[in-house]
Design a protein around this ligand. Structure first.
Ligand code: ADP
Length: 436
């Protein structure tokens, strides 16, 4: 497992002042005694057979250790990385359940020789990524019985993810009794959308009885980069209009007005919005009936095709990876070139739409794997947006993975590259809730 350049860097220098700006406390830094770290936070992202973890100090932004437990319930592989320590790379540790996986994490981080803390008591709290909070959660919350029940109630909305997230929480509670746990939802940031943005023009009963509405995803990432963007613009987040483009394997665009999500491209599920690696993004629902009849497909097969065989991979027939598409297009593959062009075009349309939705924008943000690394896609998205005051600086755009202003000095709308850091955002939310 490689440390990628999207993170603050596992061992990035403390960036406390930046964090305070994110939290809107921009006037002055707190007194010296509060500058010391209050606690380390363990961030857990649990899947059905895997579990990603990071141990962070949210006050400094320093990442102490990170890694991955894989093949939980099968055999168990454990990966651990920490600066100046021996890396463990997919070593065998039996993990019949998530509990053994969490225990392996704790053993590693508190290991006498190879660990980064002296005992588990140095972990102040655990922040859990939870995919779906439905309408029940508009912010991160301290986990108790009622919260667990509410996350369970959201299972029909995220049948693959929420059960795994719950398993991770329960395993942590078992192995770390008494340690406060916080749930941070992918959907929560978008709960500020007005009804005109989150309602579909469908029978109202589908919303009232079945909870069919736009929820949006990647909320933790959009919230993080919005905070950083405001800091880069030198203004409180409450005073800026931002268009955040999270472009990765899954992509979503969000309009952030005054620090609040007011519209987002993903919808009831993460299938909606712009085309993605293998997901179609928005399409005419009439195509479903037409193709299902023509090819004798059932609805499950159709949804699988829209989720797994569509997007830039489906269109190009080459790959879901934008690097492969770039190289194929460079060798003259017309479909690979079309897939990249189509992707950038759809992102650009969302940028225009969200400028219209907010009555302007102060900045367009690029983040996630493609947004942080693919200068060609960024240039193609910004192309033709000069009319609305977006002027990309080609030389500045020749950069990867670090916070950069990509627009010219006279660009009315700034273009920003901001590496996302969802784990740090989760740790910050967790620390804030626990310290209350
Ligand atoms: P996920 O949605 O899985 O978190 P990421 O945000 O990590 O995805 O983005 C993954 C995608 O980023 C890859 O599929 C690849 O297309 C793209 N990517 C990563 N590095 C580069 C690069 N150097 N140039 C172009 N695209 C890149």
């Amino acid at each position: 497992m490689e440390l990628d350049n999207r993170e603050a860097g596992p061992f990035a220098p403390p960036c406390r002042s930046i964090l305070y700006e994110i939290r809107g406390r921009r006037k002055s830094l707190p007194p010296k005694k509060r500058r010391r770290s209050i606690m380390n936070i363990l961030v857990i992202n649990a899947g059905s057979s895997s579990l990603k973890y990071q141990l962070l100090d949210p006050a400094s932004g320093v990442l102490l250790a990170k890694g991955l437990c894989e093949r939980i319930g099968i055999d168990g592989k454990f990966t651990y990385k920490a600066e100046g320590k021996q890396t463990l790379d997919a070593i065998d540790i039996p993990m019949p359940t998530h509990s053994e996986a969490i225990q392996a994490v704790l053993d590693a981080v508190a290991d006498k020789d190879n660990g980064v803390i002296s005992s588990m008591s140095e972990i102040g709290a655990v922040g859990h990524r939870v995919v779906h909070g439905g309408e029940a959660f508009n912010k991160s919350v301290l986990i108790d019985g009622a919260v667990l029940k509410a996350i369970e109630d959201c299972i029909p909305l995220a049948p693959l993810h929420n059960p795994a997230n719950l398993t991770g929480i329960r395993a942590c509670q078992k192995v770390m009794p008494g340690v406060p746990m916080v749930a941070v939802f992918d959907t929560a940031f978008h709960q500020t959308m007005p009804a005109r943005a989150y309602m579909y023009a469908l029978p109202y009963a589908w919303y009232e009885e079945d909870k069919v509405r736009r929820y949006g995803f990647h909320g933790t990432s959009h919230k993080y980069v919005a905070g950083r963007a405001a800091a880069m613009l030198g203004k409180p987040v409450e005073e800026v209009k931002l268009i955040s483009c999270h472009l990765g394997n899954g992509s979503s665009i969000t309009a952030v007005d005054g620090g609040k999500s007011v519209d987002t491209s993903m919808g009831f599920t993460p299938l909606a919005g712009v085309p993605m690696g293998t997901r179609s993004g928005d399409l005419d629902a009439g195509i479903l009936q037409y193709e299902m009849n023509k090819r004798g497909m059932g609805i499950d097969e159709m949804l699988s095709a829209l989720n797994k065989q569509s997007g830039v991979e489906g269109l190009s027939g080459v790959s879901s990876d934008f690097r492969d598409l770039e190289s194929a297009a460079g060798k003259g593959d017309a479909k690979a070139a079309l897939a990249r062009e189509k992707f950038a075009y759809e992102v650009r349309k969302y940028v225009g739409a969200y400028a219209a939705a907010m009555g302007g924008a102060d900045a367009v943000i690029f983040t996630a794997g493609v947004g942080e690394n693919d200068k060609g896609i960024r240039a193609a998205v910004c192309q033709g947006l000069e009319y609305m005051g977006v002027k990309l600086d080609e030389a500045a755009n020749d950069v990867r993975g670090k916070e950069t202003v990509l627009s010219t000095a006279d660009s009315k709308v700034k273009v920003l590259l901001i590496p996302t850091n969802e784990e740090l955002m989760i740790a910050m939310d967790t620390a804030e809730i626990v310290s209350k």
